[in-house]
Write a protein that binds this ligand. Structure first.
Ligand code: NAD
Length: 441
């Protein structure tokens, strides 16, 4: 897909948008315009994003949309208390887009909704900050790129590590040649855990539109393991830890190498410790793997993703991040542990280090990501995690999951963005949608 940032298309669309919804600042100039912003998915992370947007002084919250009335009530109080804005509330994003016509939509719903909602927002002419991963399956993510490019709006993906200061520092260090030629990159996240007990299914909470929560994905009985937040470990709605955390770290591989994707992928994993998934009328467990190993063959190096949600006991120095193994030493890029370089032949000595510069309490760099989105809308910058980069990063865990489901390696053509020579695997690049929703083609 040739989907590099189309500045002329963007200019045309910016002009068009100004005719419909009020003036956009003259490109390249500093402005203090407050954008009319709507949040779709006012859960934990969505409210984090919105608070940073409001805190920048460049956003006015005009709408909140969530299928859970409790989240809407909480979000509305929060926004009113923090900014004085009085957002309208909606349970259906289509109605919100129609009535409110926001200039920017922040999308922080569960992953199975990202594609349909992003496509609807860009078609409605809104710029978008959509959370990672872009899609649940590869083809819907490809359509997100195409529609974003066609509409000329700016779409930023929530890969804030692309602008996080300690990541930028580490990437500069790596690209300076200080690590030497890199032959392997190992990305990982480890934690503690044991056998998973099922939880009883429950009545859908009052004020919650469960049909609309499940939307295009299969419908499960309501269960507190799913909402809020727990859906990431259910494969109908997300791609487990590899889709959730892996996308951030595998993205560092693409950022560093500049490659569009791997040549092949093999992934395996399972639930050796959590146990077989349970789903019946009475109760359920999650069904995502408790550990997974994915190997990506790139031009000139090999990358891997590994997560293990058990057995962490502090004996491994870093619990999360990416190790770049080079001729001159090992670079680790982490989270709250910043970045560290261990020179070759120095027996684990730290040769260079940078502390993290994250915003707490949740350890992110959203203010910078948001600021970059505004700069991109106003023509002063390219989006650091634009839709194409976000899509390519999201393809890595999606490909890993595809290989794991098939139980064999798959060859990938990163230019054509398709699996090669395996019709069954090509079939898994899409999935059937439920409930009258149409899979984007
Ligand atoms: N970039 C990061 O570092 C980072 C960190 C955390 C979460 N995230 C992402 O943020 C997103 C949200 O995660 P979360 O932990 O806040 O989940 P959450 O479950 O707490 O919040 C999601 C909200 O979306 C709502 N929702 C579901 N279907 C909807 C629909 N059709 N329309 C509108 N709202 C709907 C849910 O009711 C819920 O309130 C995910 O995509 C996740 O991957 C990113």
């Amino acid at each position: 897909m040739s989907a590099s940032f189309d500045r002329r298309g963007f200019l045309r669309a910016a002009g068009a948008a100004s005719l419909v919804w009020g003036a956009v600042p003259i490109l390249g100039q500093k402005s203090d315009k407050k954008y009319r912003v709507a949040l779709i998915g006012s859960g934990w992370w969505g409210m984090n994003l919105l608070r940073e947007a409001l805190g920048s002084g460049r956003a006015r919250c005009v709408a909140l949309c969530d299928v859970d009335q409790d989240k809407l009530d909480f979000g509305k109080d929060d926004v009113e208390g923090e900014s004085g804005d009085k957002p309208e509330v909606f349970q259906d994003y289509r109605e919100m887009l129609e009535k409110v016509k926001p200039e920017i939509c922040i999308i922080a719903s569960p992953d199975h909704w990202h594609a349909l909602q992003t496509i609807a927002c860009v078609k409605a002419g809104a710029h978008v900050l959509v959370e990672k991963p872009t899609g649940h399956t590869i083809n819907e993510s490809r359509v997100m790129v195409r529609e974003a490019m066609a509409s000329g709006v700016v779409v930023q993906v929530g890969l804030h590590r692309r602008i996080g200061p300690h990541h930028v520092e580490a990437m500069d260090f790596l690209k300076s040649g200080a690590v030497g030629k890199v032959g392997e990159v190992r990305c990982f996240a480890h934690g503690k855990g044991g056998k998973e007990e099922p939880k009883p299914n429950a009545a859908v909470p009052k004020g919650m539109d469960w049909e609309m929560w499940c939307g295009p994905a299969p419908m499960r009985p309501f269960n507190a393991k799913l909402h809020p937040g727990g859906w990431r470990n259910f494969l109908d709605y997300a791609n487990g830890t590899m889709g959730d955390w892996g996308v951030h770290w595998l993205d560092q591989v693409l950022w560093w190498s500049g490659q569009k994707g791997p040549k092949s992928v093999f992934c395996t994993g399972g639930r050796s410790i959590f146990g077989e998934p349970v789903l019946n009328e009475k109760e359920q467990t999650t069904d995502a793997p408790d550990h997974q190993l994915a190997v990506f063959e790139f031009e000139g190096f090999t990358a891997s993703w590994e997560h293990r949600k058990f057995a962490d006991n502090g004996s491994e120095k870093h619990k999360i991040g990416a190790y770049f193994y080079g001729e001159k030493g090992i670079l680790h890029i982490g989270w709250r542990d910043g970045w560290s370089f261990y020179p070759a032949g120095k027996n684990g000595e730290v040769g260079a280090h940078g502390d993290h510069q994250l915003q707490e309490p949740d350890g992110h760099n959203i203010a910078l990501l948001w600021g970059n989105l505004i700069d991109a809308i106003e023509g002063r910058a390219e989006p650091v995690a634009g839709i194409e980069a976000g899509h390519r990063a999201s393809c890595l865990p999606m490909l890993g999951m595809l290989s794991d489901k098939l139980g064999r390696s798959v060859a990938w053509d990163a230019e054509k963005e398709t699996v090669v020579g395996d019709e069954e695997a090509v079939g898994l690049m899409s999935r059937g949608y439920r409930g009258g929703w149409e899979y984007p083609v």
